[in-house]
Design a protein around this ligand. Structure first.
Ligand code: T6T
Length: 328
C-alpha cells in the first residue's frame, strides 16, 4: 500500500469510528433540555440562547427555548407549566421573581425534572444546603451581580468626578439580579465615594419609556443631577434616552448594565459613558453543559460565576471587546 492509500484507509477507519460513536451517543443521550428565559425578546436572553444552542449542538441534545413576551411572573408561570407538561429531561430557567417562582418550580422538582437557574435565582440563590424551602435547584449559573453593581458605582463615581447626585433606574423589586446590582452600587458608593449622594431608586417595570420619563422627572426636581445607573438593558436604554431628550448628553453621565447593539452607538456619541456587558452566551453554554453532566451521572458545581466586560469609548472598537456586544 502506498502512503496515500494508507492514509486513506486510516481516515476511513477514523470516520467510521466517529460516525459510530455519534450514533451510539445520540441513542443513549437523547435528552431534551428546556430553557425558559426571563422574556423572549431581550438581546440578553437571545444571546444566552445562542450559547445554550452551541452547547446543545456539541453534545447532541435538543434545546427548547420557550418564554413569555415580558419579564413578569404572571406571564412566566403559565409558560413554565406548559414546559413541565412536556416533561423535558431538565429545565434551565431565569425566574422572574425570587418568591413567586418557588412553588411553580417545585412542581418540576417534584415531577423529577432537574431544575437549574440561570441569570436569576429563587430564594437566597444558595442551593442544595438543606436549608430553606427554595434550595432544590441543582445549580445557579450567572454573573456576580453585587460585584457588577459595585463596578457600575466605581465607573459612575469616576465619570462625575467623585461627587454629586445620582440615582438607580431599576426594574421592579423582587428580581434577584437587579436587586443585587442596586445593593452593590449603594454599598460601593457608601464605602468608597462618600461625596456621591444616591437619590431614591426609580422603578420602571422593564419599560424603557418609563425609564426615560422618570429620568426627566428626576432631572426636573434636581437640576444638579450628575448621573444615572441603568441597572439592566431597558433601564439603561430608557435612562439614556431620557438624558438625550432632556438635552443633557454629556452633562448627566450614564452607566449602563448590559450591552445590546444600540449601546455601541450610545457610547460612541458620548450619551453612555460605560457599559458593563455580561456574558450571557457563557451562562447558556454552561447551563446546558451542567444539565447534561447531571443527566449523565456526573456531579456538578452548585454555582458557576460568569464574567463581565467593561466597554467605553476607548475600547469599543477592539474586536476582543466588541465580541461581547449582545446579538439581537
Ligand atoms: O440584565 C439582564 C438580566 O441579567 C436581568 O436579570 C434582567 O434584565 C436583563 O435581561 C436585561 O434586560
Amino acid at each position: 500500500m502506498n502512503r496515500r492509500s494508507l492514509l486513506g484507509a486510516a481516515s476511513a477507519v477514523a470516520l467510521s469510528l466517529t460516525l459510530g460513536m455519534g450514533a451510539a451517543h445520540a441513542q443513549d443521550n437523547d435528552f431534551t433540555i428546556a430553557l425558559v428565559p426571563g422574556l423572549t425578546t431581550d438581546a440578553f436572553y437571545i444571546t444566552m440562547q445562542k450559547g445554550a444552542q452551541a452547547a446543545a449542538d456539541a453534545l447532541g441534545v435538543e434545546l427548547v427555548f420557550q418564554g413569555a413576551p415580558d419579564f413578569n411572573p404572571v406571564t412566566q408561570v403559565p409558560v413554565l407549566d406548559a414546559v413541565i407538561a412536556r416533561a423535558p429531561d431538565a429545565i434551565l430557567i431565569a425566574p422572574t421573581d425570587t418568591v413567586q417562582l418557588v412553588e411553580p418550580l417545585r412542581k418540576a422538582h417534584e415531577a423529577g425534572i432537574p431544575v437549574i437557574t440561570v441569570d436569576t435565582f429563587i430564594g437566597s440563590g444558595v442551593y442544595q444546603t438543606g436549608a430553606g424551602d427554595a434550595d432544590f435547584p441543582l445549580a445557579y449559573i450567572a454573573s456576580d451581580n453585587v460585584l457588577g453593581g459595585r463596578m457600575a458605582a466605581r465607573a459612575l463615581a469616576n465619570a462625575i468626578g467623585g461627587s454629586g447626585k445620582v440615582y438607580v433606574s431599576n426594574v421592579n423589586p423582587g428580581i434577584s439580579t437587579t436587586d443585587q446590582r442596586e445593593e452593590g452600587f449603594k454599598l460601593e458608593m457608601a464605602e468608597n465615594f462618600t461625596g456621591v449622594e444616591v437619590l431614591e431608586t426609580q422603578f420602571n417595570e422593564n419599560d424603557a419609556n418609563n425609564a426615560a420619563s422618570q429620568l426627566q422627572a428626576v432631572f426636573a426636581r434636581n437640576n444638579d443631577l450628575k448621573g444615572v445607573f441603568g441597572a439592566n438593558l431597558f433601564s439603561a436604554l430608557g435612562a439614556a434616552n431620557g438624558v438625550s431628550q432632556a438635552g443633557q448628553t454629556g452633562n448627566v453621565k450614564v452607566v449602563a448594565f448590559d450591552a445590546p447593539t444600540s449601546i455601541v452607538d450610545n457610547i460612541k456619541t458620548g450619551l453612555v459613558d460605560v457599559a458593563i456587558a455580561q456574558h450571557p452566551a457563557e451562562i447558556g453554554y454552561y447551563g446546558v453543559v451542567s444539565a447534561y453532566a447531571h443527566l449523565t451521572g456526573q456531579s456538578i458545581p452548585v454555582s458557576i460565576g460568569t464574567g463581565f466586560t467593561i466597554m467605553d469609548k476607548d475600547n469599543i472598537d477592539d474586536p476582543e471587546i466588541a465580541k461581547y456586544v449582545y446579538s439581537d
